[in-house]
Write a protein that binds this ligand. Structure first.
Ligand code: NAD
Length: 353
């Protein structure tokens, strides 16, 4: 199979990341880039990468198989539609776009032209996520009723387009889209009943610079997603509770720690002494009634995203990141914004896909 030729629009942080990976890819190669910023075009030339003289000339290049769009978010929809209409397969960076309405225009263009259209949900390959997903699927913790997924920094929201609404800034669209996608991948068997969200505006009033989002699934499962940018002490990346035990991943690249209950009724609980008196309810477990182990995070290769796209173009695999999944994540993000505006939980008409 010959390598697919990928042209990249936007050669900033993420466009350069794509190019770096594609320069050593086993399935694809870089056809060239286009960026409106001359300094970025010069940086690409210095790396020996071909630079187109416009977006139009990039999508007109007949040797290009795929266009990867790595511009600020407001460009994803018009560029993806134009590229598909020019006969190109398209990878958009996340978030796919900023509304369900725009997403539908992209999906329509894919259906109309027969071109592959997908989104770089690269955090489906994060090792910490894969470890928790495997734990969920194993049933080891019994019925899981609580999943908490958090990312926290202390540098505020970046001062570039990410802080501006017109460009699709804000943390729900930036990190939320990854963390919501991960939860929906992890929980393949339960419908969402409602969403509650509260956004933070600690360093930025135009867009959310953090948020707390609860996804209430059917059958007593709540997933809590939290993104913060003004946090100087971090809570664990993952925290999971089931009827048979608990699990935690303290930080990126730390192992998964699992504590399971081996004897539910331990008999005589020794109370713990608190300032205001004794409590048995909150007393720690006797170590003879629990079993604890650690699981190393699995190995994973994020370039499998491009391997799948290339195989899907040739009809050899099904595209991993599907349109219905993108629509479901978008529905959750829109419900989160509505909940933040109204201060109320929002019910959604969910379809598992
Ligand atoms: P960035 O600001 O570093 O780069 C954006 C680039 O796009 C800049 O070089 C800018 O000059 C260029 N650009 C802007 N408008 C353009 C236009 N009309 N035509 C051509 N070029 C244009 O931003 P970034 O961090 O690289 O983010 C780009 C995209 O990648 C965003 O959608 C972002 O959400 C996404 N992203 C994804 C991940 C991930 O993990 N998947 C990580 C970071 C960013």
């Amino acid at each position: 199979m010959s390598k697919k030729r990928i042209a990249i629009v936007g050669y900033g942080g993420m466009g350069a990341w794509h190019a770096k990976k594609l320069l050593i890819s086993d399935v694809a190669e870089v056809a060239g880039i286009w960026d409106i910023d001359e300094a970025k075009r010069e940086a690409a030339k210095e790396k020996g990468i071909f630079v187109y003289d416009s977006f139009e000339s990039l999508i007109a290049d007949e040797t290009v198989d795929v266009v990867t769009i790595a511009t600020p978010n407001e460009w994803h929809m018009p560029m993806a539609v134009a590229a598909m209409e020019a006969g190109k397969n398209v990878i958009s960076e996340k978030p796919v776009t900023m509304s369900s309405e725009d997403l539908l225009k992209m999906i329509d263009a894919s259906n109309r032209t027969g071109k592959l259209f997908t989104v770089h949900q690269n955090r489906r390959w994060d090792a910490d996520f894969l470890a928790v997903k495997e734990l969920y699927a194993s049933g080891e913790l019994g019925d899981i009723f609580q999943i908490e997924s958090r990312v926290q920094g202390s540098h505020g929201i970046p001062g570039d387009w990410r802080g501006q609404k017109e460009h699709g800034g804000g943390m729900i669209l930036d990190w939320g889209v990854h963390l919501i996608d991960q939860i929906l991948q992890m929980v393949p068997d339960k419908k969402i009943e409602r969403i509650w969200c509260r956004c933070d505006h600690i360093t930025n009033y135009e867009v959310d610079d953090g948020f707390k989002l609860d996804i209430f699934f059917e059958k007593e499962l709540t997933a809590h997603i939290e993104v913060g940018t003004s946090h100087f002490i971090n809570l664990p990346r993952w925290y999971v509770n089931g009827t048979n035990g608990s699990a935690v991943i303290e930080d990126w690249n730390k192992p998964l720690r699992v504590v399971e209950c081996t004897e539910w009724d331990p008999g005589n609980v020794v109370p713990v002494v608190t300032a205001a008196g004794l409590t048995k309810t909150m007393a720690p477990r006797d170590s003879s009634t629990i079993a604890e182990h650690e699981v190393e995070l699995p190995k994973s290769d994020v370039h499998n995203f491009y391997r799948n796209v290339c195989a899907a173009i040739d009809g050899k695999e099904t595209q991993l990141i599907k349109h219905g999944e993108l629509q479901r994540v978008m529905k959750v993000m829109e419900a989160a914004f509505r909940s933040d505006e109204t201060g109320l939980p929002v019910e959604i008409d969910d379809k598992i896909c």
